[in-house]
Ligand binder design. Structure first.
Ligand code: OAD
Ligand code: ZN
Length: 291
């Protein structure tokens, strides 16, 4: 059996203090403690469907009623959930003054695959400080946002942020139909969300399998310059996000994985902190006292 990567917090804090360009790549495990189900393993089933099979343009084309019910369920869930200590630690770490205490003169960007908006809410609830000298984006939601709604009409593509609950009356209450055997309402297209500009059918503003994630150019630059990559609560199975840590290591940077369990490629990490990231991450970033 090969040795596991180090779980020594003291050595990690030395690496952290010497890092100048830090990124975090996050996944569903970041929001697990908030009560948001992950995609793989327990929690990956919605009604009787595999959550991943509903996250495709083809699924939406075939059954917009079902796919909207799935995203309506996720919207309602996210609205009820609160950011947890891991979101708060990352939000605090994105503040230059706070970060300077543990990683002086460094930059930091959170690259998240999550669409639940919890990292944004954690950032919004940070006390505002003059942080204008930070040139980097604090957070990039590469798989889009649950609360974005996009027009499906090629000539329009209007996108807007919509926190209405329920997003349309026809979806009201369908989030409670969770048993596999429940009769699923077949909602006509005309009662599903529509574009506020042109009236065409609208779709959830998330990136589906087969679609191009957002901010790939900016992310590519951040990954190339990063000397430390924190991998938080992701199974590291979906590309391109799954490849960022290895890319950072290839050019000499360090990788620290924070996951409840073993995850893809973690044996190659420099540090592996197994456990709930809502505990390990605030501790590793020396931000526990900020909660
Ligand atoms: P997954 O569901 O694949 O993985 C979640 C990871 O979080 C697993 O490795 C768990 O062990 C870990 N985990 C669970 N609870 C945790 C906790 N409290 N602390 C730390 N780790 C914990 O989710 P993602 O990796 O985010 O894409 O999946 C990637 C993408 O696949 C998603 O963005 C989504 C999905 O299908 C699209 O929809 C395009
Ligand atoms: Zn439109």
């Amino acid at each position: 059996m090969a040795n596991l990567p180090s779980d020594d917090m003291a050595s990690f804090s030395v690496v952290l203090s010497q890092s100048k360009h830090i990124i975090a790549v996050a996944g569903a495990g970041l929001s697990a403690a908030s009560g948001i189900p992950t995609f793989r393993g327990a929690g990956g089933l919605w009604r009787k469907y595999d959550a991943i099979s509903l996250a495709t343009p083809e699924a939406f084309q075939e059954n917009p009623s079902r796919v909207w019910q799935f995203y309506h369920y996720r919207r309602e869930k996210a609205l009820k959930c609160q950011p947890n200590a891991a979101h708060t630690a990352l939000a605090a770490f994105s503040n230059k003054q706070i970060r300077d205490a543990v990683a002086p003169e460094s930059t930091f960007t959170l690259i998240t695959q999550n669409v639940d908006g919890l990292s944004q809410r954690a950032l919004d609830s940070m006390p505002s400080t003059a942080d204008s000298e930070d040139p980097q984006p604090k957070m990039l939601e590469m798989h889009g946002r649950l609360f974005d709604v996009i027009c499906t009409k090629p000539g329009c593509r209007h996108r807007e942020l919509n926190f209405t609950s329920p997003i349309v009356p026809a979806l009201a209450g369908t989030e409670d139909l969770m048993e596999a055997g429940a009769v699923e309402p077949d909602i006509p297209l005309s009662d599903l969300p529509r574009c506020s500009k042109c009236g065409s059918p609208a779709r959830p503003g998330v990136v589906w399998f087969g679609e191009r994630p957002h901010y790939l150019g900016v992310i590519g630059k951040l990954v190339r310059q990063a000397d430390l990559c924190l991998v938080v609560g992701t199974s590291s199975t979906v590309y391109p996000a799954a490849g960022y840590a290895a890319e950072v290591q290839r050019h000499g940077g360090k990788v620290a994985v924070f996951n409840l369990d073993r995850s893809e490629g973690d044996e190659d990490a420099d540090f592996l902190f197994l456990g709930p990231c809502e505990q390990t991450l605030p501790a590793a970033l020396a931000l526990s006292e900020q909660q």
